[in-house]
Each structure stands twice: as structure tokens, then as C-alpha cells.
Design a protein around this ligand. Structure first.
Ligand code: ADP
Length: 368
């Protein structure tokens, strides 16, 4: 029976609480002890009972629907340094933990895999410097890790959906529905900025779900003249057909063909100067992260939480660390390192404007 800890790390996402709840309850149900590491990797580096707490079945009651993450999350520079990971290793052993499930984005999962691959050398150093006993060394020789993906951007390779993405999408659509009413009344145009630095999924899906007039995403840059002409043609056509409002969605990572950002202000200027539309900008900001998790995220986080505990219990040092995914509606395990590597390669290809490569990399994940 294992002592399994769960942590949330990186940007918060609705459904992280549901994931923590499922992991804690599945671990207890399977006869393990369950722990929560508070404040992401920084809690692991600091250690002690304030940050690493054993959790009971009741501790997570009511967490299923709640947004954000009740065990906290943080960006932690110390964990990027070896000394930080060494402290984390010691703190885990002190708390008696031998398996770690991290719910976060690609950065957090990169950190988790690095921690696991370095574990033998970290634990040897602790033994040599007499910070742990030989018995402790033997008992904690292997660290089992597993990743679940919490991210509102839906930006991870090898999974169809990340925990939080559908909640964020629902919130964006709701906000745009509100804006629609006032836009329609005054015949205004609204330029709406949504999150997504390397991935336009939120902008693209929100565009479809709200029948926006035009969208800008990082994956599809075009030259200034092209997008200006194209957008103006489409918006004018819609107006000629009697549409009283205009909605343009801009992903925060939207770029032009020259790789410089396309901002809401750039878009507003064109709508005002060329089409003389009364135009406003709305940046949805952190509203997109807040609020309760939609049903899909509660379900995804729960199924994946149980699958993560199973993966830990069935794991062994010779099996690569798993990441829990959903592919074509099935909860599956994928090799964590490969998924993170693919995600980084796609982002890199996009930032270099190599879309052919980005598309073929994205295909790789699904053809696996
Ligand atoms: P996300 O998980 O949402 O992508 P970040 O990239 O900010 O968010 O990563 C969250 C945390 O994960 C970082 O603050 C750091 O503690 C840890 N982390 C990220 N990348 C690494 C890395 N290469 N090595 C070790 N830890 C990392």
C-alpha cells in the first residue's frame, strides 16, 4: 500500500479540485494513505505539516464543483534548481510519501518528470550526507509519479481535453452572450481578448459557439494587409445582411505573419478607421479561470483522478511515468515525457511559423 500525495501546480483551472478529491478518495478507497501538498512545488520545497498534510475522506467534501484549487498553486523557481528538488526529496521522505500525482500544465509535468529521473541521485546524496537513514534509502528508492493535465488553454499534446478547458470555454461563451445583447442594442463592434498564448483552442471554439464574425489565433497568422482586408470584407458582408453587431475574438497569443502580436487595439483601429464602427474592447481576463467547473470537467477530473491512482498502483520503475489523457472519449495513459515533448515542439514550430511541422506533430499524437 502506497502513501500517495497530490499537488496542483502552474495556472489554476476549474476541475482541479474535483481531480484532487477523486485522487484522495480513490487512494483511501484502495487502502492507501492520501496526502495533499499545498501551494504546488513551493510546498514540497518548504515541507513540514503546514504544506504536506494527510487528507481524510471528509477533507475534500464539497470540492467536486468548486473552481480554482483549494490546496493552492504557485510558480516555484526553487524547484527548477537542484537544491530545491533535493529539499523536496527530503521533505517527501520525512512525510513518508512514495508516490506523487501532479495536476498541472506542461511546465509542472516537466518538473515532475525531472524530479522522478533525478530521484536516484537525490536520494543517494541524502544517504551519503546522512540526512536519511539506510532504511529510509531502501524504502524510498523509487518514486512513482503520474500527471493529470489541468489547464484552461487545452494546450497539451496527446489528450483531447485538459481539465478546465470546457469550463473556461463555457465562461467565455456566457460573457460573449452578455456582450451580444448590448452590442446588438447599439449596433456596436466588440473586440474580445481571450486567453491562449500558444494555443487558439479557446478562441476558435468560442468563435464557433458564439458565431463570432472573426477570430485571431496563434496558429494562423496572416499578413497585415491580408487580415485587414479579409476581416473588413467579412464584417461588411455581415452588416449588409442586416447583422446589428460585430464580435471579433482575439487569442492573447495571436500573431501576424511577421510574428509580431496582433492586439485588440490593432483590430479596433481597423474597425473604426475602415468601417467606421463604434467599437469597444473587452478583455475577459481572469473571469475565464473563475467560477465552478462545468459538468464535463467534473466528470473528466473524477475519471482521471481514479485512473491516476490506478496508474500509480500498477506502476513500476521500468515503466515510463504516465500522463492520464482522454482520447476519443476513452481515459488512457500516455507516456508523460513524450506528451510534454510533443507539446513543446508544437509550440516551438508555431512560434517559428512552421505550420506544416506543427500540424504533422499534432497528427502524431492522434495516430499513436
Ligand atoms: P504550467 O504547469 O501551467 O505549464 P509553469 O510552466 O509555470 O506552469 O510551471 C509551474 C511550476 O512547475 C514552475 O513554477 C516550477 O516550479 C515547475 N517547473 C516548470 N518547469 C520546470 C522545469 N523545467 N524543471 C523543474 N521544475 C519546473
Amino acid at each position: 500500500k502506497r502513501n500517495i500525495a497530490v499537488m496542483t501546480s502552474g495556472g489554476d483551472a476549474p476541475g482541479m479540485n474535483a481531480n484532487v478529491r477523486a485522487i484522495i478518495r480513490a487512494a483511501i478507497y484502495k487502502g492507501c494513505k492520501a496526502f495533499a501538498v499545498y501551494e504546488g512545488y513551493s510546498g514540497l520545497v518548504k515541507g513540514g505539516p503546514k504544506y504536506i498534510r494527510e487528507m481524510s475522506w471528509h477533507d475534500v467534501r464539497g470540492w467536486l464543483a468548486e473552481g480554482g484549487t483549494n490546496i493552492g498553486t504557485a510558480r516555484c523557481m526553487e524547484f527548477k534548481e537542484r537544491w530545491g528538488r533535493l529539499a523536496a526529496c527530503k521533505n517527501m521522505i520525512d512525510a513518508g510519501i512514495d508516490a506523487l500525482i501532479v495536476c498541472g500544465g506542461d511546465g509542472s509535468l516537466t518538473g515532475a518528470d525531472l524530479f522522478r529521473s533525478e530521484w536516484p541521485s537525490l536520494i543517494s546524496e541524502l544517504k551519503e550526507t546522512k540526512k536519511i537513514t539506510t532504511e529510509q534509502y531502501d524504502k524510498y528508492k523509487h518514486l512513482n509519479i503520474c500527471g493529470t493535465v489541468g489547464s484552461i488553454d487545452n494546450d497539451m499534446s496527446s489528450t483531447d481535453a485538459t481539465i478546465g478547458a470546457y469550463s473556461s470555454l463555457a465562461r467565455i461563451c456566457q460573457a460573449i452572450d452578455y456582450i451580444d445583447a448590448t452590442a446588438n442594442s447599439h449596433q456596436r463592434a466588440f473586440v474580445i481578448e481571450v486567453m491562449g498564448r500558444h494555443c487558439g483552442w479557446l478562441a476558435l471554439m468560442a468563435g464557433m459557439a458564439t458565431s463570432a464574425d472573426y477570430i485571431f489565433i496563434p496558429e494562423l497568422p496572416s499578413s497585415k494587409k491580408d487580415w485587414q482586408d479579409h476581416m473588413c470584407n467579412i464584417v461588411s458582408k455581415h452588416r449588409e445582411r442586416g447583422k446589428r453587431k460585430t464580435i471579433v475574438i482575439v487569442a492573447e497569443g495571436a500573431i501576424g505573419a511577421d510574428l509580431t502580436p496582433i492586439t485588440c487595439k490593432d483590430v479596433l483601429n481597423v474597425l473604426v478607421d475602415r468601417l467606421h464602427l463604434d467599437t469597444r474592447i473587452t478583455t475577459l481576463g481572469h473571469v475565464q479561470r473563475g467560477g465552478t467547473a462545468v459538468a464535463y470537467d467534473r466528470m473528466l477530473a473524477t475519471l482521471q483522478g481514479v485512473a491516476a491512482v490506478d496508474a500509480i498502483l500498477e506502476g513500476s520503475p521500468d515503466i515510463p511515468s504516465p500522463m492520464i489523457s482522454i482520447v476519443e472519449n476513452k481515459i488512457v495513459r500516455k507516456p508523460l515525457v513524450e506528451a510534454v515533448k510533443l507539446t513543446k515542439q508544437v509550440a516551438e514550430a508555431i512560434s517559428k511559423k512552421d505550420f506544416q511541422k506543427a500540424i504533422s506533430l499534432r497528427d502524431t499524437e492522434f495516430n499513436e
